[in-house]
Design a protein around this ligand. Structure first.
Ligand code: GLN
Length: 231
């Protein structure tokens, strides 16, 4: 029967830059744990996709507006998001840390009183910062991407950034002149997201493909590619 198994095609969004999960190479390709994983899953599940990188917040909204089919962007599975998203199998454990410029003397939430911190619009780091801002009496400036947020802290406009631990640690290891000063808070897992009630087929394929790459060792190989053994 011709076309009985016509390959499905999807549009998937990711963050503009969120290494080691997604980042653009000099050649313009998107690589990273999420991107390599998606490629391997698509291969095994026989689907194709167009990648539409955009700011994390725009990506979240694009899924809800039905402009894209799914989001793979180090997106944290939270109870609040479960109201409007269906998530795939949790694949990476994360948590929120506070990071400051290398030479900063700020090293706890208590030191933030009366100051301004940086957070990424729509991120779980921003939601955490909002909760802490009330308790510790500080202000928040919002950014659309992680790089701009780090730079704002490094140049001293804001005194700290709230970011996902694996992403902040990787940036520092790659030369970003900041240091992490708190233990991870609000532990959460990353998951592939689709609009709630929509795209069950894509979600099923993603999960099946994910199970396959975990089983055959490809997932560990991908993580090790960016984070080394034990990453
Ligand atoms: N994990 C965080 C969240 O889901 C940040 C994701 C991101 O910035 N790409 O909000």
């Amino acid at each position: 029967v011709p076309n009985a198994q016509a390959a499905s095609h999807y549009t998937i969004t990711t963050d503009t830059t969120f290494p080691p999960f997604e980042f653009q190479t000099q050649g313009g390709d998107y690589r990273g744990i999420d991107m390599d994983m998606l490629k391997e899953i698509a291969k095994r599940e026989d689907f194709t996709y167009t990648l539409k990188p955009m700011s994390f917040n725009a990506g979240v909204q694009a899924v809800q507006a039905g402009q894209v089919d799914g989001i793979l962007a180090g997106m944290s599975i939270t109870d609040e998001r479960k109201q409007t998203f269906d998530f795939g199998t949790p694949y990476y454990k994360s948590g929120i840390v506070m990071a400051v410029a290398n030479k900063s003397k700020v090293d706890s939430l208590d030191d933030l009183k009366g100051k301004t911190v940086a957070a990424k619009t729509g991120s779980s780091g921003a939601m955490y910062a909002q909760r802490m801002a009330k308790k510790y009496d500080f202000k928040i400036t919002y950014f659309n991407d992680s790089n701009t947020m780090y730079n704002d802290v490094i140049i001293g406009n804001t005194v700290a950034a709230f970011e996902d631990q694996p992403v902040m640690a990787y940036a520092i290891q790659q030369g970003t002149k900041m240091k992490i000063v708190t233990d991870p808070a609000d532990g959460n897992w990353y998951g592939f997201g689709v609009k709630k009630g929509d795209n069950a087929e894509l979600l099923k394929k993603f999960n099946e493909g994910y199970a396959k790459i975990v089983k055959d060792g490809t997932y560990d190989k991908i993580v090790n590619r960016y984070l080394g053994e034990g990453g």
